[in-house]
Design a binder for this molecule. Structure first.
Ligand code: SAM
Length: 191
C-alpha cells in the first residue's frame, strides 16, 4: 500500500471523495466540476465504463478526477490507507435479488469494514437505491462495521442519473453513515 497514496494520485492534499460504481459518472463529473478544491476518485468494476468515464473527465479538463477499473472491496483492501477518505458515495448498487446471487452484492463481503477503516474521523458514506430493503441490508453491515447511521440528514444534491431516472420512479431511499471520532471496530489494526 502506498503510504501517501492520495498525494501520489492527485499531486495535492485536498480532501478525497470516492464514488463506488459510478456507471456513466454523471454524479462525479458534476461534483468535480463544481468543487475544484476537492479530489474525486471513482472505482468502477466495468473496465468499459471506467475507460469512458476517464475520457469524459479528460474532455472536460477536470484535473481533480481519477478513475480506476476494479472491484471496490479489493481496491480499498489493497490500496487505500487508513483514515484517508473524506466521503464515499454509493448510488444504486446492483441489487442481485436472487438469494443464490447475494454474495455478488457490492456489500456482500468485506466492503463495510473497508469503508470504516479508510474514512477519516467524521467522514461519511452516502448510499442511495430504489430498493429500501437493499439500503436496510447495507445499513446493517455499516453499523456492524462501526459506522453510525445519521438519520437526520438529507442527501447531498446530485444530478439524477440515467439509471435513477429509469428505475427509481417510485422514489429513492437514502442513508448516510458517519465514522465516529473513535473507530473501534473499523480500525486498520484489527483487520
Ligand atoms: C446499477 S449501476 C449504477 C450506476 C450509477 N451509480 C448510477 O446511479 O447511475 C451499478 C454500477 O456499479 C458497478 N459495480 C458493481 N459492482 C461493483 C464493484 N464490486 N466494484 C465497483 N463497481 C461495481 C457496476 O459496474 C455499475 O456501473
Amino acid at each position: 500500500m502506498v503510504r501517501d497514496l492520495w498525494f501520489a494520485v492527485f499531486g495535492n492534499r485536498h480532501p478525497v471523495e470516492v464514488e463506488i460504481g459510478p456507471g456513466r459518472g454523471e454524479v462525479i463529473l458534476a461534483w468535480a466540476a463544481a468543487a475544484p478544491e476537492r479530489n474525486f476518485f471513482a472505482i468502477e468494476r466495468s473496465s468499459g465504463r471506467a475507460t469512458a468515464l476517464g475520457m469524459a473527465a479528460a474532455r472536460r479538463e477536470l484535473p481533480n478526477v481519477r478513475v480506476v477499473a476494479g472491484d471496490a472491496a479489493c481496491v480499498l483492501a489493497h490500496g487505500v490507507p487508513d483514515e484517508s477518505v473524506a466521503a464515499y458515495h454509493v448510488y444504486f448498487p446492483d441489487p442481485w435479488p436472487k438469494t443464490g446471487h447475494r454474495h455478488r452484492r457490492l456489500f456482500g463481503g468485506d466492503l463495510a469494514r473497508q469503508l470504516a477503516r479508510t474514512l477519516v474521523p467524521e467522514g461519511t458514506v452516502h448510499v442511495a437505491s430504489d430498493l429500501p430493503g437493499l439500503v436496510a441490508a447495507i445499513s446493517t453491515q455499516c453499523v456492524a462495521a462501526g459506522l453510525v447511521l445519521d438519520s437526520g440528514v438529507g442527501p447531498p444534491p446530485r444530478p439524477t442519473t440515467a439509471f435513477e431516472q429509469r428505475y427509481a420512479r417510485a422514489g429513492t431511499s437514502y442513508a448516510r453513515f458517519l465514522r465516529p471520532r473513535t473507530n473501534s471496530r473499523g480500525s486498520g489494526a484489527r483487520l
